[in-house]
Structures are given as C-alpha cells and as structure tokens.
Design a binder for this molecule. Structure first.
Ligand code: CTP
Length: 402
C-alpha cells in the first residue's frame, strides 16, 4: 500500500520507543522506504541496531558524524521524505520544535521538512496536560503539524490518564492517510461552510452565536491538502484564509444561502460546518435603537434552512452536516440526518470539555445514512477534519461502485 513512499521516522527518548520498532516494521512491510533518526536519549531505550535491522538501513543519529555529508543527511533526508513522523514525541521534543530549537539531527531535520509532519506524543499525563505542552501542541496544530493524540490508560510510571502513545495500528492509519492525501480528491469540488452568521438589529447590534469557524477552516485546509478544489463560504470569523482555498465571505444567513446555492451544482462534496443563525430580526432599524423603555420584545423571523434545501436538491453530491447539541445528542443528530437527506452528520455535545465552538479540539460522533455510527476520541480539529474526509472518501468510493 505504501510502495515507493519515503518515510523519515524520528524516535525520541521515551519508553514507547520500543513500540516504534513495530511501527517501522509495518511501514517496511507495506513497501515504504524508512530512514530512522534517533536522538541520544532514545538510544537508552532501543538500540540503533534494532532499527537498522528492521528498516534495512543504517540509523542516523549524529549531526556531526560526517561533516562532508552534512547537507545530504540533514537537508537531504528532510527534502526527500513524503512523510516525517516522530514517534514517540516527548514533551521536550515537541517543545523544541514549537520553540524553533534545532540542536540535534532530528530537530534540525524536522525544521527543514518539506513533507507533512506527524507527531505522536507520549509522556506522563501531567506532562501532557501541562499548559506549556498544550500551548506548544496548539501552536504546532495551527502551523499545520499533524498529531495522533495519546491514548488514555495506565502509564508505565504508575499514573493513569492520557499520555500513552497511540496504538501502532492507529499511527499507521494516520500515516497512510497523509501519504495518500495529496491526490485523493484531485479534480473534485468541495463546498464547505464555516463560522457563524450574523443578523443585524440596528447599525450597531446583531444576533449571532459562538462559532469560531475553526472546524470548517480545518476541513477546508485538509481538503485542499488532499488535492480538492475548495470553495469556503465563511461567516465573520477571526481566522486567516487557508492557502489554496477560494474564500467567499458572507455575513447573514440569507447571504450564505445565496452563495451556497450558486456553488452547489458544481460541488461533489458539501460540508456544512457553519452555525447558521436560525432566526433574524423581522426588521432592521435604520437608526440605533434607544433604551427608552424598561423592557423590549424583538420580533424574529425564520431564516432559510440551507442544508435542508440542499438535501431537497441533491443529485450527485455527498452531503455532510453538523449538529451541535446540548441534550439527546445522538437522537437529535440522527433526526437531522434523515430530515435533511444527508449522507453523514457530525454530532458534538457542547457540554463536554474539549468539544465545541471555540476550542482547538473536538469530540465528535459520526452518524451515517446507513445507520452506522462511530465515536471519535478527543482530537485536534485538524485531525477530526482528516478523519471526516477519510469517512467521506469511503462513502464516495462506495458510491462509485454502485
Ligand atoms: N443549517 C443550515 N441552515 C440553517 C440552520 C442549520 O444549513 N438555517 C445546517 C448547519 O450548517 C448544520 C445543520 O444544518 O450543518 C444542523 O444545524 P443545527 O443548527 O444543529 O440544526 P437546526 O436545523 O438549526 O436545528 P435546531 O437549531 O433546532 O437544533
């Protein structure tokens, strides 16, 4: 499956390094060319000979081993790789990358990487939850680094919690998805909506919601990375435009409705991550409303349900909706899935810590037209986006066979 793919596998000093041997074996078995870079600390846990034997190549471990081959080893490795993985990635290594420190072969090489970088953190739960580590991870996510989050359970140090390196099979899947990413959606049109909509009451006030747009922007970034032609219709958000994405900025639900319907016929995949304001003021005051009375009633009228309209007009499109709920999450989401004629709905419970509008992470349950559903763990929004696209790919591939 990975024939011809070039993987640089970085190993840092954590007990999970022994599991990376198995990961290396899986890559080699699938036909990938693996070059291993080990830090000094990692060699305390596993010997270079082990990785040399499994990868079939000498291990790189010394920045200054052969001065004349410096550029070959350090820039060359990074330049030629299709994927750069660090597993386990210790808090120290993550901190160094986030801080721009390059003081050994691994950190200098990753800084020069042209390929996607996949980090697989593994550490003690308190180190993982430390705000410094979390801040570093968030910074790296926003810079486009990929992660396989650690699993929860008993840690070797005796503590219990999140910190254990993810299962080798999950790391392999994440790597394979990234490696096949570049071309998967070549020539296909994605229409993605993101952010809130905003409905004016008067020239200074409006109705809106807490949507940050992060999930929709993460989806747009992931889709473009996978070769798709992406149109992102965005409500007012405070995010920079993802490179390579056509962004259409709108304010109100009616503007979003118009823009979405215009782009719909060309779309192969539609993902409606926007939190559309369901109601708007029946009239917009031309002047600032003055506080002349003790109480006040605002009359609202319903906005068009954009997704429901798309469901009615659906032809070839794969239609994916979102449902942000606070009660009966599964039931409400499943109801929206069938009412709006969707192929999949991404449900999240806004009451769960780490899920929801403003955070960089999300916990979602994917519910399918087929009746199947999949619960995903707490993940970065970028990784959730990746998983959503993987699922859409499965739906798309199945449709092609019909
Ligand atoms: N949606 C839409 N247009 C609307 C309202 C919602 O396109 N006017 C889309 C959202 O983008 C989302 C899905 O429908 O993908 C579900 O949105 P949500 O607000 O959870 O559902 P509603 O249908 O508005 O139902 P309710 O507010 O009663 O939960």
């Amino acid at each position: 499956m990975l024939t011809g793919k070039r993987i640089v596998l970085g190993v840092t000093g954590g007990i999970a390094a022994y599991k990376t041997v198995e990961l290396c074996r899986l890559f080699v078995k699938s036909g990938a060319q693996v070059r291993v870079i080990m830090t000094e600390a990692s060699k305390r846990f596993v010997t270079p000979l082990t990785f040399q034997t499994v990868s079939g190549h000498a291990v790189y471990d010394d920045l200054f081993s052969a001065a004349t081959r410096y550029s070959v080893e350090h820039i060359g490795l990074a330049k030629e790789a299709d994927l750069f993985i660090i597993a386990p990635a210790t808090a120290n290594c993550i901190g160094k990358i986030a801080g721009g420190i390059a003081d050994d072969l691994l950190t200098t090489s990753v800084m020069a990487a042209c390929s996607p970088v996949l980090l697989v953190p593994a550490m003690n739960v308190r180190m993982y939850e430390n705000p410094v580590t979390q801040g570093n991870l968030n910074k790296l996510v926003s810079l486009g680094y990929h992660f396989v989050p650690p699993a929860e359970g008993d840690l070797v140090c005796g503590d219990t919690g999140r910190g254990r390196m993810a299962d080798v099979q999950d790391i392999y899947t994440a790597a394979a998805a990234l490696l096949s990413a570049g071309t998967r959606w070549q020539g296909k049109n994605f229409l993605i909506t993101a952010g809130p909509t905003r409905e004016a009451l008067d020239p200074v006030r409006y109705l809106t919601n807490h949507s940050s747009g992060k999930m929709g922007y993460a989806l747009a970034r992931a889709a473009v990375e996978q070769g798709a032609d992406v149109t992102l219709i965005s409500g007012p958000v405070n995010l920079s435009h993802p490179p390579g994405v056509r962004v259409i900025s709108v304010t109100t639900a009616s503007e979003m409705y118009q823009a979405v319907l215009a782009a719909y016929p060309k779309a192969d995949v539609v993902i409606k991550a926007a939190a559309v304001t369901d109601y708007r003021p029946a009239s917009i005051s031309g002047q600032k409303i003055k506080k002349t009375t003790d109480d006040m009633t605002i009359s609202l009228v319903k906005n068009p349900d954009i997704l429901a309209e798309l469901g009615k007009r659906k032809e070839k499109q794969i239609l994916v909706g979102f449902a942000a709920e606070t009660t009966d999450v599964f039931e409400n989401a499943a109801d929206k899935l069938s009412r709006k004629n969707l192929d999949m709905i991404v449900a999240n419970d806004l009451t769960e810590p780490g899920a929801g509008f403003t955070s960089d992470t999300n916990i979602v349950r994917l519910i399918f037209k087929t009746g199947q559903d999949k619960q995903l763990p707490l993940m970065s929004k970028q990784d959730v986006a990746q998983r959503i696209l993987d699922e859409i790919w499965l739906i798309y591939s199945a449709k092609q066979k019909e």
